[in-house]
Ligand binder design. Structure first.
Ligand code: MBD
Ligand code: FE
Length: 279
């Protein structure tokens, strides 16, 4: 069958025969996607057994809650970012901290505090390296944004995120920090490790067959928002990680790898002019 024949055929299925209200955008998108899928079935001679296997795969991925992991793993979430960057560049909106993907593991409603937060509940203190981080939220002109909201989340020493990992306390390693009068925020946490796809999960099963790994470098997620400003979704990566530039989710970017200074004496932090609280 030719692609033209397929277009005609599919248009006949997804046409307006309804008595109820139609959503033209849904119609347009579904028409396109079904048509493209039929063309792939035709061109690649996809067998019925393969088709049903694919459907079963998506069902299982959904049942296991892994569709949100599959999307970044296939580069699709990165693609949305590339398009967002392009749209902003076209609108003349350049500069600032680069965006990168949200991923599937954000949870709303983390405890909120002003200026500073400790993210970890202390349960891994014996094995963790303490992490201090601080910064200033600025607008496009470099002016500080007092009261900006900084939402932070990351995984623990096992690469697991609270809520998804029921063994962790609620909102462990998740906080919302309201920047102070000068737009500054500070946090204390534990240095996270990298994330890996569940080894027995649907995403890893597919990655295996694609000849790919399912690892992410150690990273920390951020939403940064303020009145009248676009919301920034981003992450930082921890320098030195084996997977720093080999992220299965394609989220690593220049400008998102801040310097990490390892110190053995807590006092050394203050001595270098950082005002990290030790609470
Ligand atoms: C993560 O922690 C993550 O940040 C992404 C993008 C995908 C899977 C796990
Ligand atoms: Fe993550």
């Amino acid at each position: 069958m030719t692609h033209n024949d397929i277009d005609t055929l599919v248009k006949g299925w997804i046409c307006d025969t309804a008595t109820g209200p139609v959503n033209p955008r849904v119609q347009q998108v579904v028409l396109r996607l079904v048509g493209d899928l039929c063309k792939a079935i035709e061109d690649l001679d996809i067998q019925p057994s393969e088709f049903w296997k694919g459907l079963e795969y998506m069902s299982e991925a959904g049942a296991r809650n892994e569709l949100g992991l599959l999307a970044p793993g296939l580069g699709l979430e990165r693609f949305l970012d590339i398009r967002a960057d392009e749209a902003e560049a076209k609108a003349g909106l350049t500069g600032g901290t680069p965006r990168t993907i949200e991923g599937p593991l954000y949870v709303a409603g983390a405890p909120e505090s002003k200026g500073y937060a400790r993210l970890d509940d202390g349960t891994e203190s014996d094995n963790a390296e303490v992490l201090f981080m601080q910064g200033t939220v600025r607008d496009q002109d470099g002016q500080p944004l007092p009261g900006a909201k900084v939402e932070v989340w990351h995984c623990n020493l096992l690469g697991n995120y609270s809520f998804f990992d029921k063994t962790q306390s609620h909102f462990n390693l998740r906080r919302t920090i309201i920047a102070d009068g000068e737009g500054r925020y500070q946090l204390r946490s534990i240095l996270p490790v990298g994330y890996s796809c569940p080894p027995q999960g649907t995403t890893q099963r597919l990655l295996d067959q694609l000849g790919r790994h399912g690892h992410r470098p150690a990273h920390i997620h951020f939403f940064v928002s303020a009145d009248g400003q676009r919301k920034l979704t981003t992450q930082i990566n921890i320098d030195g990680d084996k997977y720093l530039w080999d992220d299965f989710a394609f989220a690593s970017r220049e400008g998102l790898v801040p310097p990490v200074r390892h110190v053995s004496e807590p006092g050394a932090i203050a001595a270098k002019g950082l005002q990290a609280p030790y609470a």
